[in-house]
Design a binder for this molecule. Sequence first.
Ligand code: G6Q
Length: 545
Amino acid sequence: MTMTHSAIWQALQTHRQTLSALHLRDLFAQDPQRFSRYSLQAGPLFLDYSKNLITDETLSLLVSLAQQRGLPKAVEAMFSGEKINRSEQRAVLHTALRNRSTQAVFVDNRDVMPDIRRVLAQMDQFSTAVRSGQWRGYSGKPIEDVVNIGIGGSDLGPAMVCAALAADCDGPRLHFVSNVDGAHLWSVLKNLNPEQTLFIVASKTFTTQETLLNAHSARHWFLQQAREEKFIARHFVALSTNRAGVVAFGIDPANMFEFWDWVGGRYSLWSAIGLPIALAVGMQRFESLLDGAYAMDQHFREAPLHANMPVLLGLLGVWYINFFQAQTQVILPYDQGLHRFVSYIQQLSMESTGKSVTNAGQPVDYATGSIVWGSPGTNGQHAYFQLLHQGTLLIPADFIAPIRPRHPFTAHHPVLLANFLAQTEALMTGKTAAQARAELQQQGHTPERIEALLPHKCFAGNRPSNTLLFDTLDPYTLGALIALYEHKTLVQSLIWDINAFDQWGVELGKQLARGIEKELLEAQWTLPHDASTQGLIQWIRARQS
Ligand code: G6Q
C-alpha cells in the first residue's frame, strides 16, 4: 500500500479539513499554556513552534506517521554507517566527522575515526602555521589572503560559516571564488598580491569543470609573477577525495587534505572542506563548530520524536507541503552574519529533497521538496513581506535570531529584535475588520472612505511561523543550527522515502555543456539539438566571429 493510501495519511487529511475553521488566535485564546507546551530547547537553540497551524492531535498524527515510516531505525542506520545513499551505494557519515566521543564508526568493517582525526590534526597544524606567519610565501612574506576555489558543496558551507563568524575572523582574509564566469575570479585577484596569497582548490571529485578552470587560471595568474613551478607548493593546497586528480593538477600530495566518498558535498563543511574556516577563525573555533553539531546529533538521536527539534521541524514541513500544498518555505535570519545562510540551506534542502521517485525507483504520488528562499531581516520587510502578510499563498516561515549581538552597535539590537517579534505576531494574529475600522475612524476618515479602505487594511493572519532563538552566534551555536537543518532535511526525506544524498538531476546539463562548449569554440556540431538551442548557438557564433 502506498503512503497516501495508508490510514495515517488519510487521518491527517481528514484532520486538516477540521482545522480549516480554526484561527491561530483562537488556539492561543483557548490554551494559555500553548507557548510553553509548543516550545523546546535543544543544546544552545530554543524553538517556539506554537505559531503553527497545529493542535495536539496534529502532532500526535504526525509523530505516528514518523513512527510508521520507521524514522528512528532509519536515523540509526545513518549514524551507524549503513549505505543509506542507495543509488550511489554509499554510507552517509557527516556525523562521524563531528563525532566528539571515543566511539568507533564503521564503514565496510573499518573504523573511520582514526582517518578523521588524522586529517583534523593536519588541518590544525597547517592552519596554525599559516595564521602564525610561520608558513611563508615564495618571497618569504606571510600569507595575508586565502582564496577558496570551489563550487556548490565545496563553497557554500565554508563561505556561509566564514561570513557568520565574522566576529571571530582573526586570521588571513578569506575570499571565495565559485562561478565559472571569469569576472568572479578577476574581482578577487585584481586586488591581491601573489606573494602573499594562498589558494585552496576545494573539489571532492577534482573533476568539476568550473573549479578546475578557475584553479588553472589562478595558477597562471600566480606563475606570471612567481615564475617558478616549484613555488606552487607554497601557494596551492587541495581538499579532495581524488589524489590522482590533485597530483595531475600539479599540487604536491603533501598539500592535500583528504576526505572520503561517504561525505556528501552539501554535508562536507565538517570535513577538510572546512579548512578555510580553520584558517579564518582558528582550529579551536572550528572544533567548537563541530562540538555544537555533535550536541545536535546527540539530541536528534536520543530525544523522543515528540520532543525532538529536527523531527518537529521536518514534520511541520511535511504538514504544510503535503496537506496545505505549500510550495515554498521562507527562512528569515535576523542576523546579518547569516546573510549566506539561506543559500546554504537552499542547496541543502532543494538538492536533497528535489526528487520525484522513491528509493526503490517508484514515482511518488505526493509532493516532496519545496522552494527555500529568504534573506536577512529587516531588509525583506521593506520588500517581499507584503506577499507574506496579504498575498494569496501560504508560506511557512522560519524566523531566526540571536538575543545578543556580536558587534559594538548594541543599541541596534532591541530595534532588530522588536521587528523580528512584531513580524511573527503580525503574521499570526493579523488584523480584523473591527480593528481596522476602529483605526480608520480614529484617523478621522469619512464613513465612505472607511468602507472603501477596509478590505485593503485587513490582514487575515493565521500564517504559520517557527521562531528560533539563541544566545549569540558563536561557533558552537552555529554548528548546532546547521546540524538542525541537516537533520530536518533527513527527516523529510525519510517520510517521503526519497534519497537525500544523491543529485542526479544536475548531471544532464553538465553533459550537454561539454558538447556545447566544443560547438561554440570549434564551430562544429557534436550534438543533435532542438531548433531553439541550435538557433541560439548559431546566433552567438555569428556575433562572436
Ligand atoms: C553537493 C553537490 C554539489 C557539489 C559540487 C562540487 O552535494 O554534489 O554541489 O558539491 O558540484 O563538486 P566537487 O566538490 O566534486 O567539485
